[in-house]
Design a protein around this ligand. Structure first.
Ligand SMILES: NC(=O)c1ccc[n+]([C@@H]2O[C@H](COP(=O)([O-])OP(=O)(O)OC[C@H]3O[C@@H](n4cnc5c(N)ncnc54)[C@H](O)[C@@H]3O)[C@@H](O)[C@H]2O)c1
Length: 324
């Protein structure tokens, strides 16, 4: 099996690559070759199969990133929320034209590859009172969400035409993201627990009652891997899935953090930020997410498990990365 990860140097791309390197297989098939593509060539990966790392712009995707006989493509390359809102041209270039380039490259293959596309909770709106049904309309409240929703439509149509075989996974906000704060408007969702768990102070731009739709990196990775191997005939023409994440208030998250590390909550200071609040305030706080579990996507467990996952997997790498 040949696999490509677009955005293979990013947070989730690397998690998927590490998983593939550990297991050597996807959906019961042995991996022969993995191509990691990102704006800068991703760091080499130690794996029991051949790994090629390529740097470049997805809007001008080189065919080498999608070699002949590619079976599966994880399409994660993106300009994330606040960055796409701040730079409209860049967001359109990467989040829209990148998909066109991907489809064009796939059309040169003899067989349509499975494409797992990471769409987002941000492609919906509804705000704090929302509980969105599986067939809820995508009404994005920002450019990033609009670009994700548009990309889903274009990729689904390419799938209908037989150029690709797509599964669009609308990921919740991933929490706890290791490393340092980034340009995503949702960056605080991770910072508010990650920084205190590292012994650092942090600020909270929204009230503690603010609810978020979240998933841990392990759940997100498991969903994307499942989407890569699932029977897509079960999806029919509706290629978009809302995976079964977790709805939690920031206060609930801080309580779980405090249970794991007493005293950590004192490191969080309120600092209301209207720009951030306006972006994340449009995102729905909860989804019914009933279709995905019926298709084998595992429902998210509780916040204590989410904190424990970070402490076990990502605390020490984050310390090392940041020289703490
Ligand atoms: N992390 C989350 O909370 C979350 C939530 C919902 C959806 N998503 C989506 O999941 C995907 C992965 O998210 P992530 O958290 O790993 O993000 P990330 O920013 O760590 O990874 C995205 C990667 O895309 C690359 N990229 C950006 N512009 C590029 C270009 N022009 N050409 C090639 N590569 C380019 C970046 O260098 C980066 O490595 C993204 O598509 C994101 O929109 C993430």
């Amino acid at each position: 099996m040949k696999i490509t990860i677009l955005g293979g140097g990013g947070f989730l791309g690397r998690k998927i690559a590490d998983h593939l390197a550990r297991t050597g297989a996807l959906g019961g098939c042995a991996i022969r070759e993995l191509t990691l593509f990102d704006i800068h060539a991703p760091a080499p990966l130690d794996a029991p199969f051949n790994v090629t790392c390529i740097g470049g712009d997805i809007a001008e995707l080189p065919q080498a990133a999608i070699p002949p006989e590619t079976d599966v493509i994880f399409h994660l390359a993106a300009v994330v929320s606040a960055a796409a809102e701040a730079d409209y041209e860049l967001g359109r270039r990467v989040n829209l034209r990148g998909n066109d380039a991907l489809i064009d490259a796939c059309r040169k293959l003899a067989k349509p590859p499975r494409v797992v596309f990471t769409s987002s909770v941000a492609s919906f709106s509804g705000g704090q009172d929302a509980m969105l049904a599986d067939d809820a309309r995508q009404m994005p409240g920002n450019s990033y969400g609009a670009q994700k929703a548009a990309a889903e439509l274009i990729l689904s149509d390419a799938s209908r035409r037989g150029f690709i075989d797509v599964v669009n996974i609308r990921l919740p906000t991933i929490c706890i993201r290791p490393g340092a704060p980034n340009k995503a408007a949702s960056s605080f969702v991770s910072s508010v627990v990650r920084e205190p768990l590292l012994g650092l102070t942090t600020t909270l731009p929204v009230p503690e009652s603010f609810k978020v739709w979240i998933a841990s990196p392990a759940f997100a990775t498991a969903w994307l891997l499942h989407a890569a191997a699932m029977d897509t005939s079960l999806l029919g023409t509706d290629r978009g899935l809302n995976p079964p994440g977790l709805c939690a208030s920031v206060g609930d998250m801080l309580d779980a953090m405090e249970r794991a590390m007493p005293g950590a909550r004192a490191l969080v200071q309120a600092a209301p930020d209207a720009v951030i609040a306006n972006i994340v305030g449009t995102w729905p706080a909860a989804f019914a997410a009933t279709r995905a579990p019926g298709l084998g996507f595992v429902r998210h467990t509780d916040l204590d498990a989410l904190i424990a996952e970070f402490l076990a997997n990502d605390l020490e790498p984050t310390r090392m990365m940041r020289g703490l």
